[in-house]
Design a protein around this ligand. Structure first.
Ligand SMILES: [Cu+2]
Length: 114
């Protein structure tokens, strides 16, 4: 390995390991959500600031109106075909709450970003 690369690698490791203060290390989070007679399950999800979140949404019932999922903060609206898992990519998360819902805003969920 060329000598000049080593300090860069060490720096990269040091930055990635730095938990206090700076940008938190981001992780890819894939979160399974089912749509059942009870709505979105789970309907409250906690992730960390900087996590890149993808929802894997599977609608398992025809008994609710949640045939689509909306994430207004991201301008996302995706169909939820019955018994098919749909990937809803949200990207890196900022602190706060991001809501998702059915098209009528009856079934709801919240992603709590800390
Ligand atoms: Cu609805």
């Amino acid at each position: 390995m060329p000598k000049r690369i080593v300090p860069c690698l060490l720096l990269a490791v040091a930055l990635a390991g730095c938990g206090g203060g700076g940008t938190p290390a981001s992780r890819n989070r894939e979160i399974q959500i089912a749509v059942t007679e009870n709505g979105f399950e789970p309907n409250r999800i906690e992730v960390n600031h900087g996590d890149a979140v993808t929802l894997l949404v599977t609608r398992k019932t025809d008994q609710t109106c949640a045939t689509e999922i909306l994430v207004p903060a991201r301008g996302i609206k995706q169909e939820l075909p019955l018994h098919q898992t749909v990937r809803v990519a949200l990207g890196p998360m900022e602190p706060g709450e991001v809501g998702f819902a059915c098209p009528m805003d009856m079934e709801k969920g919240t992603i709590d970003v800390r």
